[in-house]
Design a protein around this ligand. Sequence first.
Ligand code: EPZ
Length: 472
Amino acid sequence: MATWPPHATRGGLRRRVYRHSTLFDCTLFDRILLETLCHDAHRASSRGVECIEVEGGASLRGTVHLSGSKNASLPMLCAALLAEGTHVFQRVPRLRDIASTLKLLRHLGCRSEVNAGAQGDVINLTVGDTLGDEAPYELVCEMRASVLVLGPLLTRLGRAKVSLPGGCAIGTRPIDQHLKGLEALGARVELHHGYVECVAPGGRLRGGDVHFDMVTVTGTENLLAAAALAQGRTRLFNAAREPEVVALATMLKAMGARITGEGTSEITIEGVDTLKPAVYEVPPDRIEAGTYMVAAALTGGDLTLENVPLAQLDALTTVLREAGAEVEALGDTRCRVSRSGPLRPVSLTTAPYPAFATDMQAQWMVLMTQAEGESTISERIFENRFMHVPELARLGAQLSVEGDTATVSGPTPLEGAVVTATDLRASACLVLAGLVAGGVTRIRRVYHLDRGYDDLVGKLNGVGARLKRVRE
Ligand code: EPZ
């Protein structure tokens, strides 16, 4: 019987060993999974789908100016629904997920104007006095974060109908905490035919206490937005402390919301009757920055990074230094990352901010394939965020997975191969692996990368890498 995740079997978890380009101890399910991936990739590529080819061997040297945060931009754009008028967003990254969000907002009746700027795009988003109340499946399935319109629509209109986002490669990703929180604010929540249908009795949510069973970033963001226009006081307990939540709270306060405690696990919101549009600056992307910091350490290079939220990267900086990289702060938003000596193995566990970010787990794994010794990486946020492991094995990495923990043996010389991206951060990890693999690595399903990395090819080639986009 096939089991999911692949390494789990009824009554226990079985060790899975990945060596070189074949899967040892491979079960029928794995073969189906991999054949599906390969067949899917082959089928997709037979349609001339875009790939990225990486020629390995370069050590990265120079300066990279990084972009605004994807995971801050998305809730901020959705929160504009709370106030009629024209909102101005500055330093917005140019990403597929931003385009998907604007497409959904236009479907709801907003107008958007995107202007290129020296520090990222400037987006004028005009929200009308009449809004649609339904986010359809065909738009929500493009991007899970579309669920972030639920809180704003419900609290602004008194009703909202949003398609359930469904799972993705890294896990089932339910939204039960979002719905539980909205019910605590008085919403009537029903599930029909794959949609969440919410109604605020009397047309307005009322403040209340919300206790999240686990830390949820977009759950906290949905409730923050919903509570901003609710009648009375709302308190969020076990709230996410991520910087992207703080960025949303900063935007809401600029609109006139009354919020305290953002960045801590208890946030208090005093509801107001109306909010007004304003001008907002998207903060730097800590995950993009972390990805380039790892790239510098991985290639034994010397990178200066600009527009980096250094204060948000303590967990990564600590383990990079333990692994033998030099990380030098050059001010609040600039740093220099280099490595001249050998890489040391450093084990870690992912956890909510400010601990080591799950969105950096795959990138860290690539680095550890070049470390002199064995390390373990435990993924405690998502139940299936090791989809990059069999792909890294195709490049020659020595990996094994048991339950929620991967063991990496290094240093292992990687050899270029054709690999398939399964999700956003896995695709970034495969690009990093290609930078140090011998020969050429071709990464298929590269649309994942374009969802969350602004001009990755241009930025890496600007500091000595050799990447190119190709159509098969
Ligand atoms: C956000 O996803 C980010 N996405 C993710 O980044 C990030 O990996 C994740 O937070 C964790 O930091 C955006 O901000 C758009 P969660 P989110 O709700 O909010 C479970 C990337 O690569 N859970 O914090 O969807 C959930 O299954 C993306 O940029 C419930 O069970 O994640 C997971 O195991 C990937 N019920 C854990 O909580 C719920 O109602 C944390 O999920 C909500 C969450």
